[in-house]
Design a protein around this ligand. Structure first.
Ligand SMILES: [Zn+2]
Length: 248
C-alpha cells in the first residue's frame, strides 16, 4: 500500500503513522526522519538542508524533493510506504506522482486525512507543558503531573514551549489550512482521499484508520501477489553492498 497521511498539527499524526505503518507492514517515511538521516550521514543534500534548518528557515522544495526521491527509491519502499510530511502542497503532490512513476512505475493508492477541528487542536497543543530537565511532555487536562508545574519524573520545572502557545498554534493552523485545503481537494478530485475522525482514544483512531484503509490494502494484495520490483538487477544482491548513499 502506498499511502500519504495528512492532518493538522496536533492531530497525532506521528503516533498514528507508526501504528498504521506497523499494521500494514510498510515503512513509515517522514520528512523529519529523512532530514535527520541525511544530516547525520552528511550527504550533500543533508549539508544543504542543515544550513537552512540552522537559520530556522524552511528547507527549500527542491532539496526536500530530492531527499524524498532518494528515500522512495530505497529497497524497502518499493512495495509500499506511509508518507508523512510530504506532500504539503499541490505542486509537491504532482511531483510525488512523477517520482512514483520514475522510481517504481507506480501510483499512490490512498491519502488518509486525520480530521480534527481547530478548537480541539488548540486545546490539545496549548495545554502541553514540557519539562526543562527531561523534556517529557505533560498536558494540563489529559496527562497532568501530580503537582501543577512540576515534573513527576524528576521534579523539573514545566514550561510552555513557544510552539504550543495558543497564538502560535492558531497561526500554524492558518498556514496549514491555506496550503492543505487545496491539497486535500486535489486528492479528493482523484478519488484518493479518505477522512477519519481523529478525536477520542488513540486506539479508537487507529482502528478507524485501519478500517478505512482495508479496501485499499485488499486491492494491493490482489494486484501484486508476487514481487513486482525493478527487474534490472539480480534480486538477491540488491542493496546488500551499499556503504553509503549516493546522492546524485
Ligand atoms: Zn522531567
Amino acid at each position: 500500500m502506498r499511502l500519504v497521511l495528512v492532518g493538522p498539527p496536533g492531530a497525532g499524526k506521528g503516533t498514528q503513522a507508526q501504528f498504521i505503518a506497523e499494521h500494514s507492514g510498510v515503512p513509515k517515511i517522514s520528512t523529519g526522519d529523512i532530514f535527520r538521516a541525511n544530516v547525520s550521514e552528511g550527504t550533500p543534500l543533508g549539508v544543504q538542508a542543515k544550513t537552512f534548518m540552522d537559520r530556522g528557515d524552511l528547507v527549500p522544495d527542491d532539496v526536500t524533493i530530492e531527499m524524498v526521491r532518494n528515500r522512495l527509491g530505497e529497497a524497502d519502499a518499493v512495495r509500499g510506504f506511509l508518507l508523512d510530511g510530504f506532500p504539503r502542497t499541490v505542486p509537491q503532490a504532482e511531483t510525488l506522482d512523477d517520482i512514483l512513476r520514475e522510481v517504481a512505475e507506480t501510483k499512490l493508492d490512498v491519502v488518509l486525512e486525520l480530521v480534527v477541528d481547530d478548537d480541539e487542536v488548540i486545546r490539545r497543543l496549548s495545554g502541553r507543558r514540557t519539562c526543562r530537565t527531561c523534556n517529557h511532555i505533560w498536558h494540563v487536562d489529559f496527562d497532568p503531573p501530580a503537582v501543577e508545574g512540576v515534573c513527576d519524573i524528576d521534579g523539573g520545572e514545566l514550561y510552555q514551549r513557544e510552539d504550543d502557545t495558543s497564538e502560535t498554534v492558531a497561526n500554524r493552523l492558518e498556514v496549514y489550512a491555506e496550503s492543505t485545503a487545496p491539497l486535500v481537494a486535489f486528492y479528493a478530485e482523484r478519488g484518493l482521499l479518505v477522512g477519519i475522525d481523529a478525536t477520542g482514544p488513540v486506539d479508537d483512531i487507529t482502528q478507524r484508520a485501519i478500517d478505512a484503509l482495508r479496501p485499499f490494502e485488499k486491492g494491493q494484495v490482489d494486484k501484486s501477489p508476487t514481487d513486482r520490483g525493478p527487474t534490472d538487477a539480480g534480486p538477491a544482491d540488491k542493496g546488500a553492498s551499499e556503504p553509503g548513499r549516493t546522492a546524485s
